[in-house]
Write a protein that binds this ligand. Structure first.
Ligand code: GDP
Length: 510
């Protein structure tokens, strides 16, 4: 798996070959970083290729205009707090229950239909306020055709009234003005219209296009006129949809029902939804088992603009998720796999950023070494260094080393050339920048030997072993001579350990 990531690194985010200091060290280092970051890779290369082929499910290209038929508008109610949004929605819903003589218990499914005497229908999203509207928009969902802006006639234009206007404008959704609380003595609808001019909301009275309806959510006065105004606007907008082919829609609400499992409310935007349809939304899919309306009544078909409760989801999609019908369960699984894979990719991009940072850090250190030693092989470099030290210090005897307490003599042993090189290279970077100096008195490949113990004893040094063993005899010998042996299996741990030892020996600030 690590190899696979490394391969991925080479192919995607980090073009290691293009970097100068391409060496075995990069690989060792990257693998260490990968281990350190605790990255898990669930995706085998095979699966990755397979998923890639399948790709995502996306909305179909725009429909042939000949297939389009008029659809009812989907309306969101917005406005300042306490101006009557909830009351208005409740009243609208109740007119419906009475009209249908169903007497049933209305269910909150996030949206409901209002039928007018003319037979026209309006879909109201019943989560008032712009929080819901913004959340949907943030997900790229474009569900709302019309915003009904509620302004209390006694209170007038307020902060959230203006915010609502801005939201509608940003989303390019036209407004119908509902001047509410007109039953109140202090109501002044004309002032509301006049004040709104300052925000470019120009009512018909002032030569503009915005329809204003005087209502009272409390008494129910004029509510049907309000619904009719939305229909008039919808006709002007020429709202149309294609009721054929695979379904497209948007999740309005989703919740888990104790008995029925994950439930969503959706607004259908294209096609006709039927029982048995296979849908994908977000990272979930459904085989539609049951559909119901806001009165809890089972429905068999859902058309564009129709809000409908859907049962049959494997997991819970989120509000604002796009719904797309696919041809089979197998295809749905592929799409979900692909989406999860993509998310995984996004995450590993972040991980790659960390790796790249670490690599840059190391690259700089490596560059320093190169400037100093040119392009010699690591063994040659190390040998030169060793000679330099020997010359400078004439292999300091133990006593002097002890007095010289800000020097840490170390012996490095590793399992293979590559790991020793990696450690030496990292050590090189500490030489210059630390108050306490590291002195490499000996290094090599292989298990820890009596020779290493002798070096350590002579220089009062510490032996660091990477992926190597120490026999019992050597252990006893080390104990007798008071030599510390530290074994590690992960390079960064070894380095951290070294850093710890170094700071222990730092000259105390007396
Ligand atoms: P929201 O915060 O916009 O949802 O406002 P509410 O629907 O909760 O209404 C706030 C208050 O105004 C409540 O006490 C309602 O009873 C009252 N209210 C709402 N509409 C009307 C109305 O048309 N006339 C009068 N007099 N009061 C109303």
């Amino acid at each position: 798996d690590v190899d696979f990531v490394y391969e991925g690194l080479l192919n995607t985010a980090v073009d290691i070959d293009s970097l100068e200091a391409r060496s075995r060290l990069d690989e060792v280092w990257i693998k260490e970083v990968i281990k350190k970051a605790g990255m898990k890779l669930k995706w085998s290369k095979l699966k990755q290729d397979k998923v890639r082929e399948n790709r995502d499910a996306v909305r179909r290209p725009q429909a042939d205009p000949a297939l389009l038929i008029p659809r009812s508008p989907v309306v969101t109610i917005m406005g300042h707090v306490d101006h009557g949004k909830t009351t208005l929605l409740d009243k609208l819903r109740k007119t419906q229950v009475a009209a249908m003589e169903a007497g049933g218990i209305t269910q909150h499914i996030g949206a409901f239909l209002v039928s007018l005497p003319s037979g026209e229908k309006v879909t109201f999203l019943d989560t008032p306020g712009h929080a819901a509207f913004s959340a949907m928009r943030a997900r790229g969902a474009r569900v709302t055709d019309i915003v009904v802006l509620v302004v209390a006639a006694d209170d007038g234009v307020m902060k959230q009234t203006i915010e609502s206007i801005n939201h509608a404008r940003d989303a390019q959704v036209p407004i119908v003005l509902a001047i509410n609380k007109c039953d109140k003595a202090k109501a002044d609808p004309e002032k509301v219209k006049k004040d709104l001019l300052a925000y470019d909301v120009v009512c018909e009275d002032y030569g503009g296009e915005v329809q204003a309806v005087h209502v009272s959510a409390l008494t129910g006065e004029n509510l049907m006129s309000l619904a009719e105004a939305t229909i008039t606007l919808a006709e002007m907008l020429e709202l149309k949809a294609d009721p054929s082919g695979p379904v497209e829609g948007t999740v309005i609400e989703s919740f888990t029902d104790k008995g029925r499992g994950p439930v969503t409310t959706a607004i259908i935007q294209r096609g006709t939804l039927r029982k048995g349809s296979i849908l994908v939304a977000g990272k979930s899919w459904a085989k539609v088992r049951l559909m119901f309306d806001e009165n809890g009544k089972t429905v068999h078909e859902a058309y564009p603009s129709m809000p409908v409760g859907i049962i049959g989801w494997r997991d819970l999609p989120s509000a604002g998720d796009e719904i797309i019908e696919v041809e089979s369960e197998a295809r749905a699984r592929e799409v979900i796999d692909w989406r999860k894979f993509e998310q995984e990719q996004e995450k590993s991009k972040d991980d790659l950023k960390i790796i790249e940072e670490k690599r840059k850090e190391h690259q700089e250190a490596y560059q320093k070494v190169r400037e100093k030693y040119g392009t010699l092989l690591w063994k040659e470099r190390a040998f030169i260094k060793y000679l330099e030290r020997k010359e400078q210090k004439h292999l300091r005897p133990k006593e002097k080393a002890k007095r010289d307490s800000n020097v840490l003599p170390v012996i490095i042993k590793g399992d293979v050339d590559g790991s020793v090189e990696a450690i030496l290279d990292i050590i090189d970077t500490y030489d210059a920048s630390h108050e306490c100096e590291l002195e490499l008195v000996h290094f090599g490949v292989g298990d820890i030997s009596e020779n290493d113990i002798n070096f350590a004893e002579t220089f009062d040094g510490i032996i660091y072993g990477f992926n190597v063993n120490v026999s019992n005899i050597i252990q006893q010998s080390a104990a007798k001579k008071g030599v510390k042996i530290k074994l590690h299996k992960i390079i960064y741990r070894l380095i951290e350990d070294l850093q710890g030892e170094l700071s222990n020996r730092m000259p105390s600030t007396v």
